[in-house]
Design a protein around this ligand. Sequence first.
Ligand SMILES: *[C@@H]1O[C@H](CO)[C@@H](O)[C@H](O)[C@H]1NC(C)=O
Ligand SMILES: *[C@@H]1O[C@H](CO)[C@@H](O)[C@H](O)[C@H]1NC(C)=O
Length: 102
Amino acid sequence: MDENYSLPNNVAIITLQAIEDPQYSVIAKVELRKVFGKRTIKELAETNLSANQKKSEKKKLNWRVIENSKSDPIPLKGGPVDSQALAVELGPMEIRTFLLKF
Ligand SMILES: *[C@@H]1O[C@H](CO)[C@@H](O)[C@H](O)[C@H]1NC(C)=O
Ligand SMILES: *[C@@H]1O[C@H](CO)[C@@H](O)[C@H](O)[C@H]1NC(C)=O
């Protein structure tokens, strides 16, 4: 903290932790065939988080976005799922939802 600064009396910092980790802040890969080893995945569709809109339908909301400054890091995100390999990539802190048919 700045040497001449102090928090207001009614404010406290309870936890402070770095969320970037050299080992875990990377793309992770999940092999769905191995997760569901005893079942055959016949269909996979990625949806939004509440699972009521398929990503492929692309009914995206249009947000007015204020451009990031050049120094803002671009968040790592997993790419589209290859329908043959069925391996899902996850970026750090990324949450993805899929509907599977067995
Ligand atoms: C903190 O305050 C002192 C006294 O006013 C001043 O000399 C010093 O430069 C200040 N430090 C910072 C980092 O502003
Ligand atoms: C998913 O999409 C549906 C349909 O457009 C929408 O109503 C719902 O709010 C979306 N859920 C999330 C978590 O974005």
